[in-house]
Design a protein around this ligand. Structure first.
Ligand SMILES: [Fe+2]
Ligand SMILES: [Fe+2]
Length: 201
C-alpha cells in the first residue's frame, strides 16, 4: 500500500484553510508535532501492554514505537536548529474526539484501537505531504520523509485490523472514518496538527 492508498481511507481531504494556517503557524505546529510523535510511540506501547499474547502485533508495534521516538528526536533537533522553544500547549479535540468513539469491551476494543491508529497515521501522512509542498527547507524535506514513514504505519495498522477482524473491519472503519473526517475538516477553536481549520474568533 502506498501513500495514495493512505488517502483512500480518509473520508475528506484536509481543507486548504488548514494548510494555509499551518504554513503561517509552522512554529507552534512543530511543538505540537513533537508531542504527536511521543503520543504515537505511547499508543503503540499501550497496545503492546493490552495484547501481549499477540506476538505479531507486539513485534511490529515495538519497532513502530522506536521509529516514532526517533521521529521525536528529529523534531526536537529541528526545533533547536530553527530556534523554536518548547511551550506547553492545551490538547486539541482530535484525539479525545476519536477516543470517545472507541468501544471499551473486547473484541471490539482491539479492532477500534487499531483502526483509530490507521486513521491517525493516514491523516498524518496526508498532512505531511501537503506541507512538504508548501514549507521552506529544511522542513520540506523532513516532512516528505515523514510522509513515507506515516504511510507505512497506516498500512501496518490496517493489516493488523484486518487480521483482528477479517469480516468486520471495513464496516467499522466506515463509522470511525466518518467521525475522523469531521474532526479534521470542521472549524476548530484550537489549531493543531490534526485539528480542523481555525474557527473564526
Ligand atoms: Fe512519526
Ligand atoms: Fe506514525
Amino acid at each position: 500500500m502506498t501513500e495514495a492508498a493512505a488517502r483512500t481511507i480518509l473520508r475528506a481531504p484536509t481543507p486548504e484553510a488548514w494548510v494555509s494556517s499551518a504554513v503561517e503557524r509552522w512554529r507552534e505546529l512543530l511543538v505540537d508535532h513533537a508531542n504527536c510523535e511521543k503520543k504515537a510511540a505511547s499508543t503503540a506501547l499501550a497496545l503492546m501492554f493490552a495484547y501481549p499474547e499477540d506476538h505479531a502485533l507486539t513485534l511490529a508495534l515495538s519497532r513502530l514505537a522506536r521509529e516514532e521516538l526517533r521521529h521525536f528526536e528529529q523534531v526536537q533537533r529541528m526545533m533547536i536548529m530553527l530556534g523554536v522553544a518548547f511551550e506547553r500547549q492545551q490538547p486539541g479535540r482530535y484525539a479525545s474526539g476519536l477516543r470517545a468513539l472507541l468501544r471499551t469491551s473486547e473484541p471490539g476494543r482491539k479492532l477500534d484501537l487499531l483502526l483509530s491508529g490507521a486513521l491517525i497515521e493516514a491523516r498524518s501522512a496526508e498532512r505531511f505531504r501537503l506541507l512538504s509542498g508548501r514549507l521552506q527547507q529544511p522542513l520540506a524535506d523532513f516532512y516528505r520523509q515523514l510522509e513515507r514513514s506515516e504511510a507505512r504505519h497506516f498500512e501496518l495498522y490496517v493489516n493488523l485490523a484486518h487480521t483482528a477482524a477479517r469480516d468486520r473491519w471495513q464496516e467499522r472503519l466506515n463509522v470511525l472514518a466518518e467521525a475522523e473526517a469531521g474532526l479534521a475538516i470542521e472549524p476548530d477553536p484550537v489549531f493543531r496538527f490534526h485539528s480542523g481549520p481555525p474557527a473564526p474568533p
